[in-house]
Design a protein around this ligand. Structure first.
Ligand code: NAP
Length: 441
């Protein structure tokens, strides 16, 4: 988009905000329900766009469309309740909190869930009365345009939802624009730091959803077969390109061999191939750069002493295919110990006991999700409490749904999306206080 087109889009979004903020929750909910309905109706064609542009398995792309529609409906159904006045009980007088929108927002979104990530940002904010500009990832331009078209077709006033076809660099520069009141980014640490620095410079609120290196702790009292099944799903879902995923498996010594043997067998038998074919278990990575980077991370780890139990290289076939891989003997200082591996590469660690597992889980700059597998739920809760991340799942890989908050700590970012917490990020929580004649001041 030419600079003047971007400027016109921002102007339109600001103009739309002044009218949109005055609409009722019913009007906003009706628009969102229409968008969700259209998404479901067009599930097949939208899913094909996702698979075409970033390589997700077609069944998972269809599931993403349904999940995105569910998120949009969720905010349409619950937004008015979440945003209702909250009465306070002050020492003197009467007071309440009134939620009001803040204005035009910029969302910078990643390619790995082209519809779901945008739904998480756009639906709550449109329900609040904000208007949104979306700079989507450059490798999913058709998904980006299709999203804007859904809003247009649903009858959204011009400027309520606008797609910007611009680079990341230009998105960062745009944060300085006075008409933009806040920015949310989902993506890498580098992109997050760039947006957050600019937001800080211009004193704007930002929400960052960045990378992760989730631990998947398997204790001696776990249901091993179930843990293995979930470990496979959690590692290869979305071809391994998830911010929350089974990235570091940490198994206690007594069950480590059994777990590893079963996990290896399952990974080795995955059917790798065309993501459009229904029988495929694992598709290609999103781009040539992605597979080159992942293979390099594995190579650097192996050069530093890590062992390859399975796979270890890109597959010798056309396309950005990485072999399902298991790395063991990992130590601090190695690439795979510290960096996020975005693809079907699992790191396996064996530890003495529960305490060692927790220590290792927390030895990461990331703090997004994590899992604990144990039959003793109270033990699971005690361990969850000690894991330094934004989300911990007991007997399940880190997962997502509309009514559960999503977000991280440490270098995985700040703020939350989804659930009631997600609608509260870009609102003015205004105090209104009424004095009584008898008040002392
Ligand atoms: P990315 O390269 O950071 O891209 C994400 C978005 O940021 C894209 O729209 C990209 O635009 C833009 N961008 C890139 N550099 C930028 C810059 N310097 N300033 C402003 N914007 C910039 O990340 P990705 O490779 O698409 O996504 C993978 C990462 O996202 C992983 O680390 C993953 O863990 C994380 N992620 C986190 C969550 C979460 O909820 N925490 C969810 C999904 C993914 P271009 O495409 O034009 O470069």
């Amino acid at each position: 988009m030419a600079p003047e087109d971007v400027d016109a889009a921002v102007a339109q979004a600001e103009k739309a905000f002044h009218a949109w903020r005055k609409t009722t929750y019913e009007v906003r909910a009706a628009l969102l329900h229409k968008v969700a309905g259209l998404m479901r109706k067009k599930k097949g064609s939208l899913a094909k766009l996702i698979t075409l542009e970033m390589g997700k398995l077609i069944a998972q792309a269809e599931a993403e469309i349904v999940l995105s529609a569910d998120i949009i409906d969720y905010y349409a159904d619950n937004g008015a309740r979440f945003l209702a006045d909250k009465p306070l009980n002050p020492q003197y007088g009467k007071a309440f909190i009134r939620y009001s929108p803040v204005g035009v927002l910029l969302g910078v979104e990643p390619w790995n869930f082209p519809f779901y990530q945008v739904a998480r940002f756009a639906a709550p904010n449109i329900m609040v009365g904000n208007t949104v500009l979306v700079k989507h990832a450059s490798i999913v331009p058709q998904c980006a345009v299709a999203l804007e078209d859904l809003f247009k077709e649903a009858g959204a006033p011009a400027g309520v939802y606008t797609n910007l076809l611009i680079s990341g660099k230009r998105a960062t520069a745009l944060v300085a624009d006075e008409r933009i009141k806040g920015v949310a980014l989902t993506g890498s640490e580098e992109a997050g730091a760039s947006i957050a620095a600019q937001a800080g410079k211009y004193l704007k609120k930002s929400v960052l959803e960045l990378g992760g290196n989730d631990a998947f702790i398997v204790l001696e009292d776990a249901d091993i077969d179930k843990a293995v099944e979930w470990a496979v799903v959690g590692r290869i879902n979305n071809n391994g390109e998830c911010c929350v995923a089974v990235k570091r498996i940490i198994a206690v010594e007594s069950i480590a061999d059994e777990f590893l043997e079963k996990f290896k067998n399952k990974l080795a038998n995955l059917k790798v191939g065309d993501p459009m074919a229904p029988e495929t278990d694992l598709g290609p990575l999103s781009s040539e750069e992605a597979v080159v980077q992942l293979a390099d991370q594995v190579k650097r780890s192996v050069d530093a002493g890590a062992k390859v139990l399975l796979g270890g290289k890109r597959l010798d076939r056309p396309g950005a295919f990485m072999a399902p891989t298991i790395l063991t003997d990992l130590k601090p200082g190695m690439a795979a110990y510290h960096e996020e591996l975005f693809g079907p590469v699992a790191s396996f660690y064996r530890v003495k006991d529960e305490q060692a597992a927790i220590k290792l889980a927390n030895d990461s700059n990331f703090g997004l999700g994590g899992s604990v597998f144990t039959r003793d739920i109270e033990r699971g809760k005690r361990i969850a409490d000690q894991i330094d991340t934004g989300m911990v799942f007991i007997n399940h890989p880190t997962w997502t749904q509309a009514d559960l908050p999503f977000g991280g700590t440490k270098r995985s970012g700040y703020g939350r999306e989804l659930s009631e917490l997600g609608i509260e990020e870009f609102v003015n929580k205004k105090l209104i206080r009424i004095s009584e004649l008898t008040d002392p001041f």
